[in-house]
Write a protein that binds this ligand. Sequence first.
Ligand SMILES: Nc1ncnc2c1ncn2[C@@H]1O[C@H](COP(=O)(O)OP(=O)(O)OP(=O)(O)O)[C@@H](O)[C@H]1O
Length: 248
Amino acid sequence: MTALAVEGVSWRIGAVPIVDDVTLELAPDEFVALIGPNGAGKTSLFNLISGLRRPSAGRIRLTGDDVTALAPYRRARRGLGRTFQTSAVFGSLTVAENVALAVQARRGGAMRAWRRRADREIATRAAEILAEVHLEHRAGRDAGSLAHGEKRKLEIALLLAGEPRVLLLDEPMAGVSTEDVPTLVEVIRGLTAGTGRSVLMVEHHMDVVLDLADRVAVLHHGALLACDSPDAVMADPFVQEAYLGEGL
Ligand SMILES: Nc1ncnc2c1ncn2[C@@H]1O[C@H](COP(=O)(O)OP(=O)(O)OP(=O)(O)O)[C@@H](O)[C@H]1O
């Protein structure tokens, strides 16, 4: 069973193909990096997978089910999680409160209900998630005071609160200082290993891509140029000419 299947998906604006007949499958536990020059269509493909845009042709499946016609929140309910460049973190709440609210949102019920009775189950799940992203030592800190790299970990924690099976990570290293990259890479590596989750990640840092990805998908002018092991993709002359040759 594939976790995510993109089947012959195209998205055209007028006659211009922005995403052009892309077919891509992610297995459970698999980590695929999506690379390509600026304007290749990476964000557009994420928008199609998450449901912000409807494809002109093709289908999107989550664990076998056709979700092409479903709204983004319904896809989220079926296990699709996505990070955005803009942060969804409440800066004036603590790190633990942010995650607890996200867990509460997933489980349903009013925020007031959570505030009135400290729900032990929610707090326990929030603590587990904070441990998974290596932020437990920041639980009591105001989220607004976190450094960039830690904020990214918190964003991943908020995503995990939705209990996703497939995660779409949009440039998780953007804006993160060089010294914070290794610990963030370890958190992201842990998202798939043995968890049954799958990750599709857009990332411009090639060292991070080559370190994390089981496979690398290369998008060029909206079309999938290659999707193979990192070594094979790096050695592909087509890829070298179309992408790596342009400089990163
Ligand atoms: N709503 C839109 N209307 C018109 N053109 C669009 C729209 N969305 C995207 N495009 C165009 O589609 C192409 C692909 O854009 P997209 O943002 O998906 O690329 P990208 O690979 O994510 O680029 P980057 O790495 O710069 O984020 C670009 O030429 C862009 O200008």
